[in-house]
Ligand binder design. Structure first.
Ligand code: KG4
Ligand code: ZN
Length: 345
């Protein structure tokens, strides 16, 4: 029997809803982006995000059902991102999905946002299956996961300070680029010379962990110093230098993680996986190491409902069903189970 799952994603500034059929077939994908509103403040304002989610959540769900041609009575489960993310924002989506599950007498499936990002690859590549090494690089996270199964993963590396996306966004803001900065910086970097501004590639001894705060400080100092000396910064060159510094740090660690666990497949996801320099570096390094690389299309890299609807299917198959008192969590490693109990043997 095929399974239809309606899933809500509201962990940050996108109110998204998707409907999946047996996980990978996406029947509807609706996103309401709040980016324009947060652009006024140069970053996401959590309270505004929560309020906008409340305004839009039923609307995106209704639109998704209409797009899919699915009646509420046909749904087999309702799912929502429950961690990690902005707590007020998460609670809106989770409470909506819990209420829908209760009203329709169907299971509620809590989904981990990072696991959802990994699942964007299952949507994009129908024959991809774990085990594999996964990189999730976004505004809030930079992690390398050993994915042994759809709902079993181990964190092999994480950032000790800022996420890669956070570094991109802060540097872009200092450069006066429009919010959200990562994508603008990427576009600008296309014509830049990465060698003009030498930037650090931070490493941590005996660890695959990342650190991006030094890169951020170095770029910000460079901009300040130039300002004090009334010198012009060549924006395209700085953008290229930053992109290369991130790619040079991330790509080799992903390859090393795959080698350590003997994995043959590498999948990337998260908003930063849209970065053209990082994509090229992963392609180059994976080819050299003889690894299969999976890079989802750009629209599946950033936050979306499809990835949550897909992961929800695998969580449901594993018996990871939430109770009505399921809570949300601002932080939680992707290796942990979200629900209070599970029905696994
Ligand atoms: O996955 P995502 O949409 O949301 C989070 O879960 O955080 O990632 C958003 C992040 C932002 O920091 C954004 O600037 C960055 O992804 N980003 C990029 C690019 N597109 C989005 N960073 C670098 N290059 C890009 N092309
Ligand atoms: Zn995300």
């Amino acid at each position: 029997m095929s399974k239809l799952i309606l899933a809500i994603e509201s962990s940050c500034d996108e109110t998204a809803c998707a409907i999946s059929k047996d996980g990978r077939e996406i029947l509807a994908d609706i996103v309401y982006s709040q980016a324009d509103m947060h652009a006024l403040y140069g970053g996401v304002v959590p309270e505004i995000a929560s309020r906008k989610h409340i305004e839009k959540v039923s609307l995106v769900a209704e639109q998704a059902c209409r797009q899919a041609g699915v009646a509420l009575s046909q749904l087999d489960a309702a799912a929502a991102t429950c961690a990690p993310g902005l707590i007020g924002a998460l609670l809106v989506g989770a409470n909506f999905a819990k209420a829908a599950a209760l009203a329709l007498d169907i299971p509620f499936v809590p989904v981990h946002h990072i696991r959802g990002h990994v699942a964007a690859n299952y949507v994009a590549f129908p024959s991809l299956e774990p085990p594999m090494t996964a990189l999730v690089a976004s505004g809030g996270h930079t992690v390398i996961l050993d994915v042994s199964d759809y709902t079993r993963m181990e964190v092999l590396a994480t950032t000790r300070d800022d996420a890669a996306g956070e570094a991109f966004d802060k540097i872009a803001r200092m450069m006066g680029l429009p919010y959200p900065g990562g994508a603008s910086l990427d576009r600008l970097s296309q014509t830049g010379d990465p060698a003009r501004y030498p930037l650090p590639r931070a490493g941590i001894r005996d660890s695959l962990d990342f650190s991006f705060s030094g890169l951020k400080t170095a770029a910000v100092n460079l901009i300040h110093n130039a300002g004090q000396k009334k010198q012009e910064i060549v924006a395209a060159d700085l953008a290229a230098a930053v992109s290369h510094a991130v790619a040079d740090t991330v790509a080799p660690r992903v390859i090393e993680a795959a080698r350590l666990r003997g994995r043959k497949r590498v999948a990337a996801a998260g908003g930063v996986a849209a970065n053209s320099t990082l994509r090229a570096a992963l392609q180059r390094e994976c080819e050299k190491a003889g690894l299969e690389l999976y890079l989802p299309p750009l629209k599946l890299c950033g936050d979306n409902g499809s990835m949550i609807a897909c992961q929800a299917y695998y969580e449901l198959l594993a018996g990871h069903v939430g109770r009505p008192d399921q809570n949300c969590f601002a932080t939680m490693p992707a290796s942990e189970q979200l629900c209070f109990f599970d029905n696994e043997a």
